[in-house]
Design a protein. Structure first.
Length: 425
């Protein structure tokens, strides 16, 4: 595939992402329960982009270059980058809620292995300003009329299964949306990762932030002692992280076959992975096409998120998530092939669900009758994700070349040249 075709198809895929999000987004339930006055959330992620030249570079290589090319807030590391698969690298989001002194700065005294200095400053976010009326309108929606067609496939294997695809049609006339298609309610209700994120507001203190937006280096490690300090932070808030909570390895992804014959994704087992899930979206003529590795039709992009291990285990039993022993999955032939077998443009996303650790101090007594008043708790979540362009042949060595802790020297690599074309710079 030519470079111009890669750029064109990637742009189409990114536009398709917005449509998928708009049509499939649903609210999720929030977490509740009795909690200590001081809480810390740490979301740990390893993101890669497989098969695109140079895009496995991390720690100030192509990852940092791409962010600078995009400009604005995306030009530097920011809170929330661990949550959403995107530019390759190691990512850490830290959120502190100290109800004894909400909205105050604090710091995490970090181990030297993180290669980010002695401390991470935790800074409250600014309150969001009310959105202003007007602004840019949604393409194709100016006159209140639009049409969309979605085809949904699921399951590993090169053959399209009986009963597939599910087809859903959307039509907007004068601002009113109507739908038609097979089993619409079931298909669109979807399966979602439970929303267990920190509900960030100005009471919290976060990293990354305006004080420090450094990218996490490629060889960084969370292993060691973390000491949370600040006004009215419990003096006891010190804890050790082990290899169990450290950054997961990159997904070493490879592929064989074609979109016309059925592209097969292969990967090496990822250390500490609890299960795997793949989802792809693309176009076929005038339709948006969705596919997932699930054996049931109600799973999609919306579960590529942090998921608790007990939920992952449940979903494996329900054949939603692939077991940690699985190392390959094929997409049905032809579902993403356009006219004359050419790729219609699209992306595949994959996640390796990682462990989750909860640390509470003091620990819960074994005797339920013993009074227990925890001072603080820490939750650490892990995952590894990758993205790949549909139809591209991928070598596993390209997918994870930088996750062995070695740093490449910044240079004008093929990946940087690719990004210049993609971003129009």
């Amino acid at each position: 595939m030519s470079r111009s075709s890669i750029v064109r198809n990637t742009k189409r895929a990114l536009l398709a992402t917005a449509l998928v999000g708009a049509l499939l987004a649903l609210p999720a339930a929030s977490q509740s329960g009795k909690l200590p006055k001081t809480q810390l959330w740490m979301d740990v992620a390893t993101h890669t982009m497989s098969g695109i030249p140079g895009m496995s570079e991390t720690g100030g290589g192509v990852s940092g270059f791409a962010m600078r090319m995009m400009g604005g807030d995306a030009a530097q590391n920011h809170y929330g980058a661990a949550q959403t698969p995107g530019m390759p690298g190691r990512y850490l989001d830290v959120a502190l809620l100290n109800q004894l002194n909400p909205g105050a700065e604090a710091e995490d005294l970090i181990p030297t292995g993180m290669q980010l200095g002695k401390t991470l400053p935790l800074v409250p976010p600014k309150a969001l300003e009310p959105s202003q009326p007007g602004g840019k309108s949604t393409p194709g929606m100016n006159d209140g009329n639009a049409k969309a067609r979605i085809l949904i496939y699921w399951g590993c294997g090169t053959e399209v299964r009986a009963g597939q695809p599910r087809e859903i049609k959307f039509e907007m006339n004068n601002g009113k949306v109507t739908t038609s298609g097979t089993q619409y309610a079931s298909a669109m209700s979807g399966r979602y990762a439970p929303n267990r994120d920190a509900k960030v507001d100005p009471r919290y203190a976060l990293w990354p932030n305006e004080k420090m937006r450094k990218m996490v280096p490629a060889g960084a490690s969370l292993v060691g002692n973390h000491d949370i300090e600040g006004a009215k932070i419990p003096e006891s808030m010190k804890f050790d992280l082990t290899q169990q909570q450290d950054f997961m390895p990159a997904i070493a992804l490879s592929s064989t076959g074609s979109l016309a014959t059925g592209q097969t994704w292969n990967w090496k087992p990822v250390d500490r992975a609890k299960g795997y899930f793949l989802a792809a979206f693309g176009t076929q003529d005038d339709a948006m096409v969705l596919w997932s590795s699930s054996e049931v039709p109600d799973a999609g992009m919306q579960i590529i998120d942090y998921v608790a291990p007990n939920t992952v285990e449940k979903w494996i039993k329900e054949k939603v998530v692939l077991a940690p022993t699985v190392t390959s999955c094929a997409m049905p032939k032809g579902i993403f092939a356009g006219k004359e077998g050419q790729p219609g443009g699209g992306m595949m996303s994959m996640i390796a669900y990682g462990p989750e650790t909860n640390i509470v101090y003091p620990p819960k007594p074994a005797d339920a009758k013993t009074p227990w008043n925890p001072e603080w708790n820490v939750r650490v979540r892990n995952k590894s994700t990758t993205m790949a362009m549909l139809g591209m042949s991928i070598d596993a060595s390209q997918s994870a070349q930088q996750q062995d802790g070695q740093q490449q020297q910044p240079q004008e690599s093929k990946g940087k040249k690719f990004l210049k074309g993609l971003l129009g710079r």
